[in-house]
Write a protein of this length. Structure first.
Length: 180
């Protein structure tokens, strides 16, 4: 082959090989940060009711969990209100989601709970790795796997933003789910 026929062949080969080589390098050196659209904190795949030693109170249903703290102060009461409003904001999809309020021995039993909430009394103490211990809201899928957690916030604006994030993530999950 002479240089006249080699040159187009080399250019053609580079045109197809160069993007593949560049992509491999970018991925190998972790230069690409994949985009995530969820606003909550993704929980480990092996975290669920069974792994935490709890019984699933509503199997086959999407759930939002919250543990009432020992002292349900103004922020706690606002969080309960945001939970109720978030559930209502789901509109037609709200029938697919249940809000569960967990109550244990340390929980404030005087907390104003809405009738829309399902109350679950815990007999056993929660382990330290349980997200509910850190006052998180947790989304649970119909199979009992704990999917997303939302850490506790300390101001009114944070509560509102977290409510919007919860509704946004729930809408996406419900749209993509074929279960529940």
């Amino acid at each position: 082959m002479n240089s006249r026929t080699q040159r187009p062949l080399l250019i053609l080969l580079l045109a197809f090989a160069l993007p593949v080589i560049l992509a491999k390098l970018v991925l190998s050196f972790e230069l690409y940060q994949g985009g995530a659209t969820n606003k909550g904190q993704l929980l480990p795949a092996n975290l669920g009711y069974q792994q935490l030693g709890l019984d699933n109170p509503l199997p086959g249903r999407w759930q939002v969990l919250y543990l009432i703290p020992a002292n349900c102060d103004e922020l706690c009461q606002e969080r309960l209100y945001i939970l109720q409003q978030s559930h209502t904001a789901l509109g037609a999809e709200m029938d697919r989601v249940d809000t569960l309020i967990f109550i244990n021995r340390e929980s404030d039993t005087e907390a104003p709970l809405n009738n829309d909430f399902h109350r679950v009394t815990l007999d056993k103490p929660l382990t330290a790795e349980n997200p509910l211990q850190q006052q998180m809201l947790v989304i649970v899928d119909p199979l009992g796997a704990w999917v997303l957690a939302y850490p506790g916030v300390v101001d009114h604006q944070g509560q509102l933003l977290q409510g919007k994030a919860l509704v946004s993530d729930l809408r996406k999950l419900l749209k993509l789910s074929r279960v529940g």
